[in-house]
Design a protein around this ligand. Structure first.
Ligand code: GRF
Length: 199
């Protein structure tokens, strides 16, 4: 089973995935790590782990779907079965979703469907919720939607800042994301309507 990891930033989730693949917990091979940014920390981590990397420059692909066509071409060249979006900050088009239907998984720093979008942690804090968390979900065209594979709740403390809350949410991500990826890789994620059943 070949997986590809898409990232735009720091790559701390990527690092956890690399480690979990290495230890055999996720029974797959990382065929390629792709970024839409030239030099994110994520690609450094991938190179250090001797993984193949690719930078796809969005400026070279207009309209947006052209980027996804190139992306899918690369994924197919590498015989990728499952695509992991680990901090990939980019809207995807139906072309990509259809090419990898129910095979794309994302991690989001809130308890979806609350606090979709780029500022899930800040928005939850400002809203004053007492509990937020992390969600691993399959990717659909609509932003931060798609059947939920796994969630973990995180309590908000009275004196939390965005940074302190983010630390605990990231820790929750590192627990559920590898587990959700493992389930997907093992073919144990069954979708019934909006619901995911784990077999
Ligand atoms: C994570 O918080 C994830 O939920 C969000 O982007 C962040 C990526 O962090 N989608 P990192 O690049 O894995 O460190």
């Amino acid at each position: 089973m070949n997986i590809a990891v898409l990232c735009s930033g720091n790559g701390t989730n990527l690092q956890v995935i690399i480690d979990k693949v290495k230890s055999g917990y996720i029974p797959a091979r990382i065929a390629i790590v792709i970024s839409d940014k030239a030099q994110p920390r994520a690609l450094e981590r991938a190179k250090k782990a001797r993984l193949e990397t690719l930078f796809l420059n969005p400026k070279n692909f207009k309209p947006r779907e052209e980027f996804d066509r190139e992306l899918v071409k690369k994924l197919r060249e590498k015989n990728v079965d499952i695509v992991v979006m680990a901090g990939f900050i980019r809207l995807v088009t139906p072309y990509f979703i259809e090419a990898y239907k129910d095979k794309i998984i994302n991690i989001h720093p809130s308890l979806l469907p609350a606090f979709k979008g780029a500022h899930g942690i800040r928005d939850a804090l400002e809203c004053g919720v007492k509990v937020t968390g992390a969600t691993a979900h399959l990717v659909e065209e609509e932003l931060d939607s798609g059947p939920i594979v796994m969630q973990k709740a995180v309590k908000v403390k009275e004196n939390d800042t965005e940074e302190t809350l983010a630390q605990r949410i990231h820790a929750a991500e590192y627990k559920i994301f590898p587990e959700a990826i493992k389930l997907l890789v093992e073919g144990r994620v069954k979708i019934e309507g909006r619901r995911v059943k784990i077999s």
